[in-house]
Design a protein around this ligand. Structure first.
Ligand code: NI
Length: 181
């Protein structure tokens, strides 16, 4: 079921989400939360969504993107549900790129992120999942996991001159290749 997406300023978005407990893994409650996340993300054309964005303060994120003609420079990301995710950067190398967020509708900003990370977590059934990724995939996962700690991408920005309404930024280099996550 599609759910309303909370927007920046809503106090629930600043909450630190609670881990999913072992006894909840594989339950209908978690399956229903995950289904709502997919339905909401897909209805809004997003690349990822965190449970906190629909007012559920639990450590669950979904993300994924097929190659799209709308964003030809963004590589495909496998459709993934991650419960209780943990991120380890490989090194100090950072990379800047445009981001958007379904909780900050109509806007885009340039955000520095770790270029290469390993992420680990569980599937909703409790199976371990670990991937080493870089670039756009790494960026999306960092963005979604930040939501679980109450962090929205403008809070990670270092240059507010590269923050604005996407309609106004339409001609700016690279901005059009950035789907909202
Ligand atoms: Ni977001």
């Amino acid at each position: 079921m599609e759910r309303p997406v909370l927007r920046m300023g809503h106090p629930e978005l600043r909450r630190v989400a609670e881990p999913v407990t072992a006894s909840e893994l594989g339950t209908a409650h978690i399956a229903s939360l995950v289904e709502d996340l997919w339905d909401t993300m897909e209805a809004r054309g997003g690349v990822g969504l965190a449970a906190t964005q629909i007012g559920e303060p639990r450590r669950v994120v979904v993300f994924g993107m097929e190659w799209s003609a709308r964003y030809p420079d963004a590589p495909a990301i496998p459709r993934t549900v991650l419960v209780n995710p943990v991120i380890e950067p490989f090194d100090d190398e950072m990379e800047e790129a445009w981001e958007g967020c379904l909780s900050v509708p109509g806007m885009r900003g340039v955000v520095p992120r770790h270029r290469r990370i390993r992420y680990r977590g569980l599937t909703p059934e409790g199976a371990p999942l670990s991937r080493d990724v870089e670039g756009f995939h790494a960026r999306v996962v960092q963005h979604e996991c930040d939501h679980l700690d109450g962090i929205l991408y403008p809070m990670r920005m270092t240059d507010m001159s590269r923050f604005g309404f996407e309609e106004e930024l339409a001609g700016v280099l690279g901005m059009q290749d950035c789907p909202p996550d």
